[in-house]
Write a protein that binds this ligand. Structure first.
Ligand SMILES: *Cc1c(COP(=O)(O)O)cnc(C)c1O
Length: 385
């Protein structure tokens, strides 16, 4: 075997800069977990509605496992599309208010597959400055020209669209609720600008699905933009508590992606237990009406407590709440202090966020009671002082 010294060198460099990442191991997932006999509030879980451990979701998942077996055993286009897929895609289309839906192996694969199918070498992509890495990788795979517009700034988007060549297809992409800042995109404005310049539009609703909009259907539906947004992307791995990605779209786009999206074609279908879990999660959300509303109410109270303690929560309007600290080492120290008090909060540092804006990122779930949150807000304020 040839020497791997260059790998050791690169790792040493990361370590020196305080940027080496390591995997931590947990015995359970969710918003409230036990480690070594001690209970922790976990503010790094995306299981917003607590569905990953909901008894009905688990029993649905188990039923599909027992009826259909452990794996899909083939790619979707061969014999991997078992009937639960049809059931789930119909439920997702109805949930999102679109004619059709298509499930992918993960949210990452959905973004990678869709973008590279919609645009190619002579086309143009316009993406919000803060969109998720999977959209940026999708753009790179597509080989289209990528322009970034200032975060949540439809005027800057418009000026970039005006400067772009008349030839080629155009695609505008954004998230609806942003994963690091927890703010919400001005979708009606972005959609009108995109439409005025003949651009397709794709919205990543990873963090809003299950939480925002009527019945948890997302921000596109909150604004009634289903007829104007071409691609409504979501994931089964956040509020739906399981795994997998999907899009809601027209019948034509679904057919096209089945033929073109390499990240859909050249991979095995998700296991039946995963599909069953997602079907179970959707049915719990539907029965409960709008569980996201309660989460957003608790998040608003929690934000207010932090602000009253003099903390900066940026423009957060969601269950994702950043607490700006600024300096890297201080942010790490605050996270450590909180951990010793039973609170797990991620210290987010550059390059994930701009230099000098290191922060705690707190994501709330329904596993956090009002009482838990009042206690946590006081602890966080104390640790930041
Ligand atoms: C998590 C996330 C994804 C990827 O979804 P997975 O199902 O975890 O692969 C895509 N976009 C955004 C904005 C995300 O936060």
């Amino acid at each position: 075997m040839i020497s791997e010294k260059w790998i050791d060198d690169e790792l040493a460099q990361l370590r020196e800069k305080g940027l080496e990442r390591r995997i931590s191991v947990f015995d359970k997932a969710g918003g409230k977990i036990e480690i070594g006999g001690k209970t922790f509030l976990n503010f790094s879980s995306n299981d917003y509605l607590g569905l990953s451990h909901h008894p009905e979701v688990i029993s649905a998942s188990r039923r599909y496992l027992e009826n259909y077996g452990c794996g899909a055993t083939a790619s979707r286009l061969v014999t991997g599309t078992l009937s639960p897929y049809v059931e789930l895609e119909e439920a997702l289309a109805a949930f999102k208010g679109y004619p059709a839906a298509l499930v992918f192996g993960s949210g990452f694969l959905a973004n990678a597959g869709i973008i590279a199918s919609l645009v190619g070498r002579s086309d143009h992509i316009f993406a919000d400055k803060l969109v998720h890495a999977s959209m940026i990788d999708g753009a790179a795979l597509s080989r289209a020209t990528l322009k970034r517009f200032r975060h949540n700034d439809p005027e800057h988007l418009e000026s970039l669209l005006k400067q772009s060549p008349a030839s080629g297809r155009k695609l505008v992409m954004t998230e609806s609720v942003f994963s690091m800042d927890g703010d919400v995109a001005p979708l009606p404005e972005i959609v009108s600008v995109a439409a005025a310049h003949g651009a397709m539009i794709m919205v990543d609703e990873a963090h809003s699905t299950g939480v925002f909009g009527p019945g948890g259907s997302g921000v596109i539906r909150r604004y009634g933009l289903e007829d104007r947004v071409n691609v409504s992307m979501g994931t089964l791995s956040k509020a739906l508590g399981g795994y997998g990605g999907f899009i809601a779209c027209s019948h034509a786009l679904r057919k096209f992606l089945i033929n073109r999206a390499r990240a859909f074609i050249y991979t095995t279908g998700l296991p039946p237990a995963v599909i069953g879990g997602a079907i179970g999660a959707l049915s719990v959300i539907q029965r409960e009406g709008n569980p996201g509303e309660e989460l957003l109410r608790r998040a608003a109270n929690f934000r207010k407590r932090l602000q009253e303690a003099g903390l900066d929560v940026l423009d957060s309007q969601s269950q994702i709440i950043p607490v700006l600290i600024g300096e890297n080492q201080r942010t790490l120290a605050v996270a450590e202090r909180l951990k010793s008090r039973g609170i797990l909060a991620a210290a987010i540092r550059p390059p994930t966020v701009p230099e000098g804006t290191a922060r705690l990122r707190l994501s709330l779930t329904l596993d956090h009671s009002e009482q838990d949150l009042a206690w946590a807000a006081a602890e966080i304020a104390g640790a930041c002082r």
